[in-house]
Write a protein that binds this ligand. Sequence first.
Ligand SMILES: Nc1ncnc2c1ncn2[C@@H]1O[C@H](COP(=O)(O)OP(=O)(O)OP(=O)(O)O)[C@@H](O)[C@H]1O
Length: 205
Amino acid sequence: MIEASKDSVLSIKKISALDQGPYSLEVASGDCIVITGESGVGKSVFLRMIADLIPNEGQVFLDDKERNFFPAPEWRKRVTYIAAESGWWAQTVKEHFANLDLVRYWLPKFNLKETLLDADILQLSTGEKQRMALLRAISAKVRFLLLDEITSALDPKTVLVVEKCVQELQQQNIGILLVSHNMEQVQRLATRHYQLTADQLVLCE
Ligand SMILES: Nc1ncnc2c1ncn2[C@@H]1O[C@H](COP(=O)(O)OP(=O)(O)OP(=O)(O)O)[C@@H](O)[C@H]1O
């Protein structure tokens, strides 16, 4: 249901910022690569570099196209960063979505009721907000999602619900790069697991 979900590769080549890196990594469609590491080591900075939300050196390619080929908003539609606390600007849920038909297709898969579309944002539980934030990122253009501790504020049952949504997105051929402190989550989701240090990504077997 996401447009043509063709196979893509996100190639990160020697990116660095704020005395961190250089980091290189390849993420393919359908991957769920999990990044762990000590608090403050720079996991969020790493994801934000990829989304070009902070100035950084190095290159990122989406297939054969370098990041600079895209205007920044277009890049972020394809390679989208979602923080632990998602930002909302309008009053109701539905005002945040351009394509409500696409959203209605996804709501049941995310275990969300359609009536929530008319709800005030303030009414949503944290778990509902996180799932809605994932839905908001799903557009015809999204290829890779950069998920930054998106389940950190959720109870164990809701964590599993959100994880199921992440797996659903993987099945739709979206590539996922996920930061987590939860080792059980790593076991459940990771197709590859790396530990991030100040200057490298170490593959964990
Ligand atoms: N825009 C910025 N400018 C300068 N320093 C920053 C910026 N963003 C983050 N930092 C610093 O970079 C370091 C790494 O922060 P980051 O949030 O990436 O850590 P983290 O590994 O995600 O931590 P945690 O697991 O606690 O969330 C911190 O010292 C932080 O203060």
